[in-house]
Write a protein that binds this ligand. Structure first.
Ligand SMILES: [Zn+2]
Length: 231
């Protein structure tokens, strides 16, 4: 009830993975600029614990857009509600439902993500990195990402150049978007030896009409932000 009220006219499970086969997943940011909505997050976790849902949260640059203390607080809250961390790769509707927290870092601050490695290991937390702009990563960053993946974190695509989805589709069509932005961001990961992607996170959470069907030809799920959440 509190969750529904906080989110307007949304389903109670809108910011979660509910182990159904719905392909669009909606994640809330905990970046500090937006002020992590701790009450809403805790409400979500309570609902998730009661119904075996997975809470979906993300941030960008640890120590910059999101304080390390916020990450720790989120993990503390999840532990309070007995919600283990799961990667997006594990959010498979064919698996038995269980409560959890799927936390992601978006974009390409690999050095800053690597700086959290000890904390994540200590807390046995596994996260997903939605990576954009692989092309600008240097050798050291690529090596760090590889080590993070070796720790059990997931790496999934988030656009070759992190372009605005709606503008790009308007100017170049859905096929243009797939060819220039989405598919290359998947291909570089596979080419670098990562597992075949299971989800695509739209840059800026933009989700223009008609794009889901095209993208879902290539991945089973897409991730969006609350403002473009269909539930
Ligand atoms: Zn992004």
């Amino acid at each position: 009830m509190a969750l529904a009220a906080a989110g307007g006219c949304h389903d109670a499970n809108w910011l979660t993975f509910d182990w159904s086969d719905r392909p669009v997943l909606c994640s809330h940011s905990i970046d500090d600029a937006e002020g992590p909505p701790w009450q809403r997050i805790e409400d979500q976790m309570r609902v998730a614990a009661a119904h075996d849902y997975v809470v979906l949260l993300h941030a960008h640059k640890p120590g910059k857009s999101v304080a390390r203390s916020s990450i720790e607080h989120m993990l503390d809250l999840a532990a309070t509600y007995h919600l283990p961390t799961l990667t997006y790769r594990e959010l498979d509707p064919d698996r038995p439902a269980r409560g959890g927290l799927a936390f992601a870092f978006d974009d390409n601050s690999v050095g800053l993500w690597f700086g959290l490695r000890d904390l994540l290991l200590q807390r046995r937390a596994r996260v997903t990195f939605f990576l954009s702009r692989w092309s600008i990563l240097d050798e050291e960053e690529r090596a760090e990402l590889r080590i993070l993946a070796g720790d059990g974190h997931d790496v999934e695509p988030h656009g070759a150049d992190h372009r605005h989805v709606s503008d790009y589709v308007r100017d170049h069509g859905i096929e243009g978007y797939l060819e220039d932005e989405m598919l290359p961001s998947m291909d570089v990961l596979v080419g670098a030896g990562y597992e075949v992607p299971t989800i695509y996170a739209y840059p800026f959470g933009e989700r223009p009409d008609g794009l889901d069907d095209a993208v879902l030809e290539y991945v089973p799920r897409v991730r969006v932000s609350p403002k473009s959440c269909p539930y």
